[in-house]
Unconditional design. Structure first.
Length: 119
């Protein structure tokens, strides 16, 4: 599971309020427990992916294409990454992009099937 920016902070506020009262059975605790912790390096890559996703060319009709290599390369140059760091960034962004595009395709297929079913 992943969280949109700002949502995680709300979960932490809710958890804090319940913890202050000594109540630890609220579902928010399970939600936070399941969320992986990430360090500063992972935050850099997550933020890079979020930024680079805006560079994704449209495939028309709501479809999406991969984030262009040139966009990743420009991002790496902006942050003065070494050649090795740039290659690693490409690998990570490509893997994340593949996950997003795969999920998007599955959702599109499910929506298409749901629309084609007789009512």
């Amino acid at each position: 599971m992943g969280f949109k920016p700002g949502i995680l902070e709300g979960y932490y506020k809710t958890a804090s309020a319940y913890a202050e009262r000594g109540e630890f059975t609220h579902s928010v605790f399970k939600t936070l427990e399941d969320e992986p912790e990430i360090g500063p390096a992972q935050v850099f890559y997550w933020q890079a992916f979020q930024t680079l996703a805006s560079e994704r060319p449209s495939a028309g009709f709501g479809g999406a294409n991969r984030i262009p290599w040139s966009a990743v390369n420009a991002y790496a140059a902006h942050y003065s990454l070494t050649h090795e760091e740039t290659e690693y960034l490409h690998d990570i962004i490509r893997a994340m992009d593949t996950e997003v595009l795969t999920a998007s395709e599955k959702l599109e297929e499910a929506n298409s099937k749901a629309k084609s079913k007789p009512k």
